[in-house]
Design a protein around this ligand. Structure first.
Ligand code: GAL
Length: 772
C-alpha cells in the first residue's frame, strides 16, 4: 500500500512523510535484524523520495505509538542489570547500537538531506520530558547522553526531541498535542516544530471510536502557522492497522484508524482529507511571505487576533477567532470580514478571504460494505476445525518447558507469544486443615486475560478492563484427595507502551496464587506461589504454525460437527479474493477473541465480542468549537469495539485463499465473511459563491436524495431544510447536473438556486446528498 498512500499524501498537499522506526520489529532477537517485507525501512524512505517528498525519521528508539512495549524489544528487559531510558550502560549500549545501525543504513543509501536524500530531520527519544522527573538525576544524565550520542552520529541534518523542554543543544525541542500554537521551543533561535498534530485518537478494547472534526484540525493548523509555526506533522495522517501482535497499550485495538485523513483502509476520510488539502495548498502558496515576511499582530479583543506577514509589496493575512461561541467581524483596511467562532480566515493577499477553517466546502463520504462478489463464492464460508494440539499436556499433565519455584512475570518469555501457561500441582488430603466443602482458588493477576483449569477441567476466565490491568480471580474449586493439577493460561493483549518506567510494569500472573478453605468463620489459606511451577510459552498450534498451509498439521482438520462456542479451537476455511480493487474487510461477527491469518499473514488480534461502552455518544453533530479532547465526539456506543478487520489486498493470492482463526474464548464462525468497502453516499457542501464538487470516486452518481441552498440543518444522511432556501428546485438542478456522472461541480449561488431570503447572520450553504 505504501506507494498509493504516499501518493495520496502528496495529493493532499503534504511535502514530507514522518515515520517512527520500530526497534522490536527490526531487532526481534538480539543482533538478528529484520528489514524484509513490511520492515524494509530503506524501501519505505526510497518510496517517499521517489514521490519527491521529504522524510522525517523518528528513530526513538523508544516510540510509544500505542505499539507493543513502546517499540522496545522485550529481550532488552531480560538483560541482566538493564535500566531502560536511563543512564545505564547496558541500555545505552543497546540503544546506541540500534540507533547507529539505522543511521548507518540511511547514510549508506545517501538518504539524509545532507547527502542529497529526503531525510530532513531525525528524532532521538520521544516525549522523555513527560516522564523525566520520575528518573531523578539519572534522567537528566540520560537525556544529555542521548543528545551527545545522536550528535556524534553526524547526520548533517538536525535532530529533534519531541516534548523535551530542556532539550540540550543542538537538539530541537518540538511539540505534540491537539494545538501547538502557544508552544515555544526552549531555544528561541530554533524553529517552532509540531511533530504530532493528533488528527483524532486511538481506540482501546471496550472503548469508543474517537472523531475529531475537519474544522477543528484545520483551525489548529491555521493557528499554528498564524503564530509563527515552521513545520507541522499529522499524527496520524494514515494510522492503518496494527497487524500481528504489534498493538500495545495494553488493550489497543487492531484498528489504528485514528480518524486520520486517510482511513485505516487507505481511502479518503472526507471532508477531513479535502478540507486540509485546500489549507495546505493555500499555506504553501504563501511560502514566501510566511518564511521571509515581517510579522505584525493585532489584538482585536475577545480572543480575536490578526496577523500580517509582509515582504516587499506582498502581504498575507490571518484573522483568528478563538472565541468558543461568538462569531466576530474584523475590519481590515476598510473591509469587514466575518470570522466564525473557533476559526481562522486566510487572505493570501490580505484582501480576499480564500479559506476559513470552519467553512467546509468538501463532500462528506459515507462508506458502505458489500458482500464478497467473487465468482462462485458461496454465501457463507465452509469451515473445518481442530482443537488446539496436545492440550492434555498442559491441562492434565502440567508439562512445561521450564520450571522454577516462583511465579514469573510474563515478560520472561521475551514476548514471543501472547500466551503463557502457568502450571503447578497441589497434594492435599482429606485431613488437611484446608479441606472443606468450601474451597476456592484465588489468583492475583496483572493481566490481561486468565483462563483457569483444575484437574483438566475448565473453571472460568477473567480479564482486565482498559486502564485497570490488575484483578483478583476467585472461584470455587472441587479438589481431589491426593494430587491436583492447576493450570492457568495467561494471555496478554499488547504490552505497556507509555508512562514512567513503563517497561517494568508487570504482565501476566503476578501472584500470589492461593487455595482458600472456609469453615464457618475460619479461613485457611495455602499459598502456592513458592510451589514448583512449570511454564510453557505459546500454544502448540502457534509453535507449529498451523495457520500456514505447509504446516505438518495441515491435513488434520475435521469438516464435520463444527463446534460452536468452544474455547481454544482452530478454524479454517478457503475463499476466493473479492473481485475489484476496493479495500477488503473481514466481518468477524459472532466470534469471541483470538488471532487470524490470511494465507499465513497475521491480520491481528480480533475481539468482536468485546462491546464498546454504552454511554458517551451523542446523536447531535459534533460541535467543532472549543478545545478538543479525545472523548469529545465519540461514536460506536454499545457496538462491538471492532467488528471489521482490514485484510490488505497484498495478502491475497489468485485462486484459493486460506483463512485460519485461533478462537481463544469460543465463538461462532458461521457468520464470518469478507466484504469490500466503497463510498456509498456522498454529501456535497459549499458556502455561497463557492463550488460544490461531488465525486463518487470512480463510480457514477446514481441518485440525488436531498439538495437545498439555504441554512440546511442535520448531518450527512439526515439533512433537512432550515428556515430559508433558494426559490428554485435545487433537487432537479442537481439531478440534471450530476446523475450518471462520476463527478460534477455546481456553484452555490443565488443566480442558480434563486433568492433564499435568509437573515443577514446566516451563512448560506448548498448541501446535497447523493447515492453512488
Ligand atoms: C504521543 C506519542 C505517540 C502516540 C500519541 C498518542 O504522546 O508520542 O507515539 O503514542 O501520543 O497517539
Amino acid at each position: 500500500m505504501w506507494p498509493d498512500l504516499i501518493k495520496k499524501a502528496k495529493d493532499g498537499g503534504l511535502n514530507a512523510i514522518e515515520t517512527y522506526v520500530f526497534w522490536n520489529a527490526h531487532e526481534p532477537l538480539r543482533r538478528q535484524y529484520d528489514f524484509s517485507g513490511n520492515n524494509d525501512l530503506i524501501r519505505f524512505i526510497q518510496t517517499v523520495k521517489d514521490e519527491g517528498l521529504y522524510a522525517i525519521l523518528r528513530i526513538g528508539p523508544y516510540v510509544c505509538a500505542e505499539w507493543n512495549y513502546g517499540g522496545f524489544p522485550v529481550w532488552l528487559h531480560n538483560m541482566p542489570g538493564i535500566e531502560m531510558r536511563s543512564a545505564n550502560n547496558v541500555f545505552m549500549n543497546e540503544m546506541q547500537n540500534f540507533t547507529s545501525l539505522i543511521v548507518d543504513m540511511m547514510k549508506k543509501e545517501s538518504l539524509f538531506a545532507s547527502q542529497g536524500g529526503p531525510i530532513i530531520l531525525a528524532q532521538i527519544e520521544n516525549e522523555y520530558g513527560n516522564v523525566i522527573s520520575s528518573y531523578g538525576d539519572v534522567g537528566k544524565a540520560y537525556i544529555n547522553w542521548c543528545a551527545s550520542m545522536a550528535k556524534s552520529l553526524d547526520i548533517g541534518v538536525p535532530w529533534i526531541m519531541c516534548q523535551e523542554d530542556d532539550a540540550p543543544e543542538p537538539m530541537l525541542n518540538t511539540c505534540n498535542g491537539y494545538y501547538c500554537d502557544q508552544f515555544t521551543p526552549n531555544n528561541p533561535n530554533t524553529p517552532k516544530i509540531w511533530t504530532e498534530n493528533w488528527t483524532g485518537w486511538f481506540k482501546n478494547w471496550g472503548g469508543l471510536d474517537p472523531k475529531r472534526t475537519a474544522e477543528d484540525v484545520a483551525f489548529a493548523v491555521a493557528r499554528f502557522y498564524q503564530n509563527g509555526g515552521s513545520l507541522q506533522n499529522y499524527y496520524m495522517y494514515h494510522g492503518g492497522t496494527n497487524f500481528g501482535r504489534t498493538a500495545g497499550g495494553p488493550y489497543i485495538t487492531t484498528t489504528y484508524d485514528y480518524d486520520a485523513p486517510l482511513n485505516e483502509y487507505g481511502s479518503l476520510n472526507q471532508p477531513k482529507y479535502g478540507h486540509l488539502t485546500q489549507l495546505h495548498n493555500i499555506l504553501r502558496s504563501m511560502e514566501r511571505t510566511l518564511t521571509y515576511g515581517n510579522v505584525t499582530s493585532t489584538d482585536y479583543g475577545n480572543s480575536v487576533f490578526g496577523t500580517v506577514y509582509s515582504i516587499d509589496n506582498t502581504s498575507s493575512c490571518f484573522f483568528g477567532n478563538a472565541n468558543v461561541t461568538s462569531d466576530a467581524t474584523v475590519n481590515y483596511q476598510g473591509v469587514d470580514y466575518n470570522i466564525p467562532a473557533w476559526s481562522v480566515s486566510i487572505l493570501p493577499d490580505c484582501k480576499t478571504e480564500v479559506y476559513n477553517t470552519a467553512r467546509v466546502n468538501i463532500q462528506t463520504n459515507l462508506m458502505v460494505k458489500e458482500s464478497n462478489q467473487a465468482e462462485d463464492e458461496p454465501a457463507s464460508l465452509k469451515w473445518s476445525w481442530r482443537p488446539e494440539i496436545n492440550l492434555e499436556q498442559t491441562l492434565v499433565q502440567g508439562k512445561g518447558q521450564v520450571s522454577t519455584s516462583m511465579i514469573v512475570d510474563q515478560k520472561v518469555t521475551n514476548d514471543v507469544s501472547d500466551y503463557l501457561w502457568y502450571m503447578t500441582s497441589l497434594n492435599v488430603d482429606k485431613d488437611d486443615p484446608i479441606w472443606t466443602d468450601d474451597m476456592s482458588i484465588r489468583v492475583n493477576a496483572t493481566g490481561h486475560i486468565l483462563h483457569a483449569y483444575v484437574n483438566g477441567e475448565y473453571l472460568d476466565s477473567q480479564w482486565a478492563t482498559y486502564g485497570i490491568f490488575n484483578y483478583v480471580f476467585e472461584k470455587k474449586v472441587k479438589l481431589n484427595p491426593g494430587k491436583n493439577q492447576i493450570t492457568l493460561l495467561s494471555a496478554t493483549v499488547g504490552l505497556q507502551n507509555y508512562g514512567p518506567k513503563f517497561d517494568v510494569v508487570q504482565s501476566g500472573i503476578s501472584g500470589p496464587v492461593e487455595i482458600i478453605g472456609r469453615k464457618g468463620d475460619e479461613t485457611i489459606i495455602k499459598d502456592l506461589s513458592l510451589h514448583k511451577w512449570s511454564y510453557k510459552t505459546g500454544l502448540h498450534g502457534l509453535d507449529n504454525k498451523i495457520y500456514n498451509s505447509d504446516s505438518k498439521f495441515s491435513a488434520q482438520w475435521n469438516s464435520d460437527n463444527l463446534p460452536l462456542n468452544k474455547m481454544l479451537t482452530w478454524y479454517k476455511t478457503t475463499f476466493k479474493a473479492p473481485l475489484g480493487e476496493d479495500p477488503v474487510a473481514l466481518d468477524m461477527q459472532g466470534l469471541g477473541k483470538g488471532l487470524a491469518w490470511v494465507n499465513g499473514n497475521s491480520i491481528g488480534r480480533y475481539w468482536p465480542s468485546y462491546m464498546a461502552q454504552e454511554d458517551g455518544c451523542s446523536t447531535e453533530a459534533c460541535d467543532y468549537r472549543g478545545s478538543y479532547y479525545s472523548s469529545k465526539c465519540d461514536t460506536n456506543c454499545g457496538q462491538p469495539t471492532q467488528r471489521w478487520y482490514h485484510v490488505p489486498r497484498s495478502f491475497f493470492q489468485d485462486g484459493v485463499n486460506e483463512l485460519v482463526l485461533f478462537e481463544e474464548f469460543g465463538g461462532n464462525p458461521t457468520l464470518v465473511n469478507f466484504q469490500t468497502l466503497r463510498v456509498g453516499t456522498v454529501c456535497g457542501s459549499a458556502y455561497e459563491n463557492k463550488d460544490m464538487e461531488l465525486s463518487c470516486q470512480g463510480r457514477p452518481i446514481s441518485a440525488i436524495k436531498f439538495a437545498s441552498f439555504g441554512d440546511v440543518q442535520g448531518t450527512c444522511g439526515s439533512y433537512y431544510k432550515g428556515t430559508c432556501a433558494g426559490q428554485n428546485d435545487a433537487l432537479s438542478i442537481i439531478q440534471n447536473a450530476c446523475v450518471g456522472k462520476e463527478t460534477c461541480t455546481v456553484s452555490a449561488t443565488e443566480s442558480t438556486f434563486g433568492a433564499a431570503n435568509c437573515t443577514e447572520d446566516i451563512s448560506k450553504r448548498l448541501i446535497v446528498e447523493a447515492v453512488c
